[in-house]
Design a protein around this ligand. Structure first.
Ligand SMILES: [Zn+2]
Length: 290
């Protein structure tokens, strides 16, 4: 068992696009994002800037981009992009296909400044946006790179980024009491998006590789997990609010632990405040951990 202890809108880019005119010729700076969390991030940075559009390659309820099978339709949705924004850290595995179709397309890897991504021996967990600290690094990276690539709008990108960072970091100060209560607590994590949240909150987490699906856990995994939790006094389980909780329920019943269904900021409504709303609701819920 891989049981791991860790201490710790504008213009629409149509998929039936007309001819493949050079990207910059339509007078709009077209930003295409890989998936939902990047779309929400860039919507904030590009908010209200004339001549800048933000689109997303994938549907908001795709789930995780790391499971995504890249398609011709995806390729079409990037047509006309001036820049492509992805999370990086190996969540998006199809850059070679994008670059072979659109050589010279600028790709921004939002997570390139993140140095504390969770990992086990052989794999980095790139789902870092659930750490508010890492998310701020992503906002700054995207704003700085957009400003280099599209200097005409640099001051607007920076002003928007600063305003967004103020609001995002406001979560840390607004919920400082909750975060203080979480620090040092031990939790079982059953979704790959949530270890980064635990790092941010200073929690000790045990995670089991689930590929976002608890159903991937075997009976042996579950038994060993329950034994581990009992032996180590782990009394909380974090799961994604989007996933089936059957396995978590079994573990909770056997171990006496409490399940917390958290937002992953990986799916949801396409609104600029989606990240802030989802994280605030997580911190509210965790305030009840006591
Ligand atoms: Zn994933």
């Amino acid at each position: 068992m891989a049981l791991l202890l860790s201490a710790s809108m504008g213009l629409s880019i149509s998929s039936c696009a007309v001819a493949s005119a050079p990207a910059s010729d339509d007078g709009t700076f077209n930003i295409v994002t890989s998936f939902y969390p990047m779309q929400i991030l860039v919507m904030n940075i590009a908010d209200g800037i004339d001549g800048v559009s933000v689109e997303c390659m994938s549907e908001p309820n795709l789930g995780c981009i790391h499971d995504h099978v890249f398609s011709t339709e995806d390729l079409m949705s990037i047509e006309g992009a001036d820049v492509y924004v992805e999370n990086g850290l190996e969540l998006e595995t199809f850059n070679d296909r994008i670059l072979s179709a659109y050589p010279g397309l600028q790709i921004i890897e939002a997570a390139s400044r993140v140095t504390d991504a969770p990992s086990d021996e052989d794999e980095v967990n790139g789902h870092v946006w659930t750490s508010i600290d890492d998310y701020v690094l992503e906002i700054n990276e995207v704003a700085d790179r957009l400003s280099e690539i599209d200097p005409d709008h640099a001051s607007s990108y920076r002003a928007n980024a600063d305003a967004y960072i103020d609001r995002v970091t406001g979560l840390t100060s607004d919920y400082s009491d909750v975060l203080a209560s979480l620090e040092g607590r031990s939790v079982l994590v059953l979704d790959e998006t949530l270890p980064s949240f635990c790092v941010y909150a200073g929690m000790n987490y045990t995670t089991i590789e689930t590929d976002h699906e608890q159903s991937a856990l075997s009976a042996g995994d579950i038994r060993e997990t329950i034994e581990f939790m009992t032996a180590n006094g782990v009394t909380a389980i974090f799961v994604s609010a989007d996933s089936e909780a059957d396995i978590a329920n079994t573990i909770a019943e056997e171990s006496g632990a409490v399940i917390y269904e958290l937002n992953t900021c990986m799916t949801g409504e396409v609104t600029a405040d989606a990240y802030i709303d989802q994280m605030a609701s997580n911190l509210e819920l965790l305030g009840a951990m006591g």
